[in-house]
Structure formats: structure tokens, C-alpha cells
Design a protein around this ligand. Sequence first.
Ligand SMILES: CC(C)[C@H](C(=O)O)[C@@H](O)C(=O)O
Ligand code: SF4
Length: 453
Amino acid sequence: MFDKIWDKHVITGKPGEPQLIYVDLHLLHEVTSPQAFEGLRENHRKVRRTDKTFATMDHNVPTVDIFNIQDEIARKQIDTLQKNAKEFGVRLAGMGDEDQGIIHVIGPQLGLTQPGMVIVCGDSHTATHGAFGSIAFGIGTSEVEHVLATQTIWQTKPKTMGIHVHGKLPRGVYAKDIIMGIIAREGVAFGTGYAAEFYGDTIANMSMEERMTLCNMAIEGGAKVGTIRPDQTTFDYVRGRKYAPKNIDKAIAYWQQFKTDDEAAFDKVIDFDVNDLAPYVTWGTNPGMAVPVDQRFPEIKDEDDRKAYDYIGLKPGEKATEIPIKWAFFGSCTNGRLSDLKIAAQILKGHHIAEGLTAWVVPGSRTIKEKAEEIGLDKIFKDAGCEWREPGCSACLGMNPDHVPAGIHCASTSNRNFEGRQGAGSRTHLASPAMVAAAAIHGHFIDLRKQEA
Ligand SMILES: CC(C)[C@H](C(=O)O)[C@@H](O)C(=O)O
Ligand code: SF4
């Protein structure tokens, strides 16, 4: 599948060397676009295809009192994108706009993200869009400028890796646990140099939102690209969205060709059985430092482990159920979609978060926020003692006012648990929305498989 999409986009260049490939969709946010627009301006260039470019604001936006940005750098980046979009004629879902949200959430939501495309964005979690059967990857700021000016990018074709995921997930175990389980087993670099394709009966049975969670974290395993073959689930999801193709049946007929015909086509294949998968929780400072909730944290093998334990304030032999959770974050481009909020709300319903615990719920987009409110999720969260906030990246990373205090253990539905990621000294524990909801109630993680239905 990867090769089929790639080959359709090559303009020039030989295999094995950098090739110039055409870009169908260029997504922008306020953090990695300012210098790129500045470069265009200096060189008297225009944006070549404004109809294939779409921008939003997500990293810097406050999630309360959204028009009152205190931080000067944040305000400058937001103002600059506003100005650049206007000057260069780029579509922008700005602050307060009904389409505003995390770039990787709104692309699919608006039907911009489609099968068979090459999609780029100055952001590593662009891999998310691969869930639709597209080649989607993060690029640097100078590449953003190149794409703005030419609608093309130089890339060396990666090798391909098939990730065969099969079996039925146990109750209380989710797509997030699959990708965390794969990274915990294979390490944070196993995908380096590869474009990964997830396939198998587990994947075929997943919703688009689950598939996005999976592809979103492909980058945490080192793969710049994570893809899934487009199927009826994909087509049904895209149909009827704001920017979906007008002639959808014709588009679907075209998209059908994007599939891997034979496992033997992959340069490498790994196998992952989910029948006995447990919910995963990270104990350390990268997404690979994770264990099944019922297992003890590992012995110290190297300096990285020692540093991680020092930072996080935990010890080998302890368990996730013993971490004193004082903060919970529901949101991000990994798990800030409506289905994620529904799962969390279902667990929180009729309960209250633990004494002294703070919980933030940050929908991935304004549309999700409104939809959640229509079905009363906001009320469930608020009744449980959570704060219901405005859309954005929020506490996924400390580029806005939403910081977790130093020394505090935060159960988080996001994708990175690096040192200081959620604020200086903050201690992040990645898990699924269901696991975070349960941790918010109990003040520590629990094994969801052992809960009464
Ligand atoms: C700010 C941005 C460039 C960064 C990324 O590339 O992923 C951010 O979104 C992140 O999640 O760390
Ligand atoms: S939600 Fe987090 S991971 Fe996603 S784009 Fe924003 S900062 Fe990056």
C-alpha cells in the first residue's frame, strides 16, 4: 500500500535517493509555521496551493479564557499565524472558530484527511492521518517553507514494516494499550527508517478513532509513518464531511486500490497478539518505559533507567497501582476525540474524583466539545469534579498555561511522558482514557479487567 501511494506521488528522483514527491494536503499550526512564512516573504514567494493548505491554532491556546493570552511568545505565534494566513490566503480555523482544534483532530473531522494522499505538517504526530490509508508524516520548519512554496517535498522512501495485530481485546483494554504494548515490547526505536502498516482482524474491527490512536503513536516507536488500509469503515467516516470529495463514490472507487496485496511485500513483519493484552501504564520518561498494570516496574538496566526512576520518584519492583496520582489529563491528538471522552465519562458517571486530585478534560476540537455537550458528557465530568475546558493541546505539553505542578504524578491520555513535558518537574503516566478515568476516581491506577462489568 505504501509503495502504491508513494509511486503515484513521485515527480522526479531515483529510488534509493531523495525523490521529489507531491503533497496533497499541508496542515499548519502556529508553532512551526512562522519562519516558513517569513522565508516566503523574504523571497517574494506565494503559497502555491492555498486550496491544499489548512491552518489552525492548538499548541499555545489557553483552555480557559481563550482570548486572554498572557504568555508573550504564545501570543506572538498566534497573532503571527493569523496575520500570515490572511496575507497568504491560507484557510485558518482560528481561536473560537467552530472548526478550531488540534490539527490532527480537525484534519480528519473536516474530511481534509483522505485515503491515498500524501499529507505533511510541521508536527511529528502527523502520523495520525495515516489511519485513513495515506502517507502522512511530520516535517521541519524549512520543509514547511518548501511545501508552502512548491507543494512538493524531497524524501527518501523508507522501508516498510507490517505490524500484524490479531485477536480480540479483553474488556478494559483499548487501542491505546495495543500501541503502548507494542512500543514497550519493541522499544522506542524499532520503527526507525520504516513506514509501518497495521493490519489484521483487530485493526479491521476498529473504529476510525481507534485507528487514529494507533497511528498517532507510531512515531513514539520511531516510525515516521503509520498506515492502515482504507476500508468501508474509512469510507463511511469520510463521507459527508465538510471537505470530503463531492463525488464520493468515484473517490471510493479510486481509494479501493490502496491495499497491501501480500505480507511478503513488507521489508519486515512483526506480530502482536492482543487476546491476553493488559492495560499499560508508563513508569518512566519515554513511552517505551511501560508495563502491564499488574506487573512490577523493571530492574535498572542502564543509566537511562536510573535517570528515569530518579525523575519520576518511583522504584523498581513497585506497581502502577501504587503510584500516587494527583492529576488527570483527558485530551490530546491521541485520545481527545468524542469516543475517548465517552469512555472516560462512562467510568466517571456517578463517581467523584479522589480527594485532592485535579482533573482536566480538554476536547480535541470545538466540534467535539459541542457534540459532547449535546449528549451531556460535560455534566458527567463536572459532576465527578473534573474541569471541562476549551479545545487545544493543553497539558499534553507545556506550551500554554496548562501545567502539571512539579513532583505531581499525572495520569494522562496523551502520547509523550518526557521529562518536563507537562510542566517543569511534572511526572507523566501515559494510559488509556478508561485507565485515566479509573485512576482519577481511586487516586491510583487499577486493573480494569478485574472490575465488575
Ligand atoms: C510543537 C511540535 C513541533 C511538537 C511535535 O512535533 O510533535 C508537538 O506537537 C509535540 O507533540 O511534541
Ligand atoms: S496534542 Fe500533544 S502530541 Fe498532539 S500535536 Fe498537540 S502537543 Fe503534539
